[in-house]
Design a protein around this ligand. Structure first.
Ligand code: SF4
Length: 351
């Protein structure tokens, strides 16, 4: 069985030509896939009936995503779904909406996609990390998360504007399937979202960062740093061993040099762990002069025993970095109360 959402437009073209049909038939499959969201090949009425039957007989399908749980935040701006995929695995995925500044404009609709079920990286403050690793998602299952939300948004007259690969899992640990999904989602004859509207987030796997830099893509990179030195980082990200803080900073610099895309460092701020004045000063020294952006994220309530620092402490931490000339912001989290924010995704919310 091959899910049609797995195929790049060039592969779709090859498929129809191998079946003895003309090249344009590929677009008669691609357009409905990304704009009409058929649930079965028989619903692609632009194709001759015989061709639909041949595709199905050859083992091509349209993979289904069954929504088995939905939670919406009180303000209606964050929606977390638990989706059952056609291989009977379940994955969480989140939609975050930000109202437009123009009263007549569409909201910014960002989907936070998952690339794995569970995660092997074991970050001690992350609910997904505490689940352990279950499996890598196939490209079609990454694409399907976006398609599922695209259909929901289309019914409201809205559309997907941004994608962040910050859901469950470490994208670089499932590199080939992740990048196939990115190519399908950004292809003008596929889902067609702009490359600059995508951000890949990594815990700092430098080999993956270097590989991504060579892809000739204009996508954003976010690196989860969480600590300015290796001792502290090892406590928070137990698998950080192979890549030191210095190596990660260097990999970010290489990415920026190669792609021209500014790198964002993410820093989950935890009371009494990595929020001291000395730590802020050490972080400032580490990031000074490399042109990156720092996102400070006061930790969300998750599995571990970590506490969010008081807002005064957060502001003090931020001010030290600003005073040192670091380009930095405190991220306002969405979805915290429905456990849809960073580090809160896991698949045991039902049952
Ligand atoms: S923070 Fe990211 S890399 Fe770390 S365990 Fe959670 S999902 Fe994995």
């Amino acid at each position: 069985m091959t899910d049609l959402y797995r195929l790049l437009p060039e592969e779709m073209e090859q498929l129809v030509m191998d079946m003895g049909y003309q090249r344009y038939r590929a677009d008669q499959i691609l357009y409905p896939l990304y704009y009409k969201f058929p649930k079965d090949i028989s619903e692609i009425k632009q194709l001759p009936k015989a061709m639909r039957e041949e595709l199905a007989a050859a083992g091509y399908t349209i993979g289904s995503t069954q929504e088995i749980h939905r939670v919406v935040s009180e303000d209606g701006e964050t929606m977390k779904l638990l989706l059952n995929l056609d291989d009977d695995t379940s994955v969480e995925t989140v939609l975050m909406q930000y109202p437009s500044t123009n009263p007549l404009g569409h909201p910014r609709s960002t989907i936070c996609v998952s690339t794995q079920i569970g995660c092997a990286m074991g970050c001690v403050f992350c609910a997904t990390g505490q689940m352990g690793f279950e499996t890598n998602l196939k490209a079609e299952h990454i694409v399907s998360q976006v398609i599922h939300f695209a259909e929901i948004l289309q019914q409201r007259g809205q559309h997907v504007t941004n994608l962040v690969f910050m859901g469950m899992g470490e994208p670089m640990a499932n590199y080939d399937e992740m990048i196939r999904a990115v190519r399908i989602l950004t292809h003008p004859r596929g889902f067609g979202i702009g490359q600059r509207h995508i951000t890949i987030s990594t815990i700092g796997i430098t080999s993956g960062i270097d590989r991504l830099a060579e892809e000739d893509l204009q996508i954003g990179l976010a690196i989860s740093l969480h600590a300015p030195n290796n001792n502290l980082r090892k406590q928070l990200v137990p698998t950080a061993g192979p890549n030191s803080v210095e190596e990660i900073i260097e990999a970010g610099r290489r990415y920026f040099k190669k792609t021209g895309r500014r790198v964002t460092f993410e820093y989950a701020l935890m009371e009494g762990v990595n929020d001291s004045i000395e730590t802020a000063m050490e972080l400032a020294r580490l990031l000074k002069g490399n042109g990156s952006h720092l996102n400070i994220i006061p930790i969300n309530p998750t599995a571990g025993n970590f506490k969010r620092p008081s807002s005064g402490r957060v502001l003090k931490f931020e001010q030290i970095l600003i005073d040192a000339g670091i380009n930095c912001t405190v991220r306002v989290e969405k979805g915290t109360e429905i456990s849809a924010a960073c580090g809160q995704l896991r698949t045991d919310i039902v049952g």
